[in-house]
Ligand binder design. Sequence first.
Ligand code: GRF
Length: 206
Amino acid sequence: MYKLAVFVSGRGSNLKAIHNQIVNGSLNAEISVVVSNSQNAKAIDFAKEQNITFYIISKEKGEEFFVTYEELTDKLVLKNINLIVLAGFLKKIPSELIVKFRHRIINIHPALLPSFGGKGMYGINVHQAVFNSSAKVSGATIHFVDEIYDNGKIIAQQSVDISDVASPEEISERVLKIEHELLPNTIKKFVENKIKITENRIFIDS
Ligand code: GRF
């Protein structure tokens, strides 16, 4: 079975979208672990409800789910995780983890990279910047994670018309809808071994 580790920081709607595609049989994978930097993330409540193993990255001790990045990396290797999916994870991934999982960590960004990315560009900040730019389209991007924020090679993108929106929140709603399709669909391509990495571009076999 293809094993996913899903990293989350907040509400977890993308985590649920992945879970739904697994439950309905469209995605042949399992969410082996959910990882968060926050014990209070709604996404962690969901992991608990679904009996999915979860870890909280923290220096705290006293609960077996508290782990340092070093401990987490060992656990992910031991569990034979095939793909790490950052689904609304707000912290920078340390380079030791990136090196161990090179080309096996993907992130979803709620805009069309390479625009509107980088440090501080998360959540509503992204949609506010897109709104302020008066761009007519936005969308979602899935890219590999490397040592620099939102910098890794782009794997997949989907755009949405925002020419008639009246607020950043409206952009956020439209983009989120797309994210919930694009993320499970792209994971499926990984499961099916259809992602081809070349020096300059990432190709997806049909
Ligand atoms: C998504 O828009 C994701 O692209 C962004 O943060 C949001 C997370 O939403 N980086 P959720 O936690 O999956 O509901």
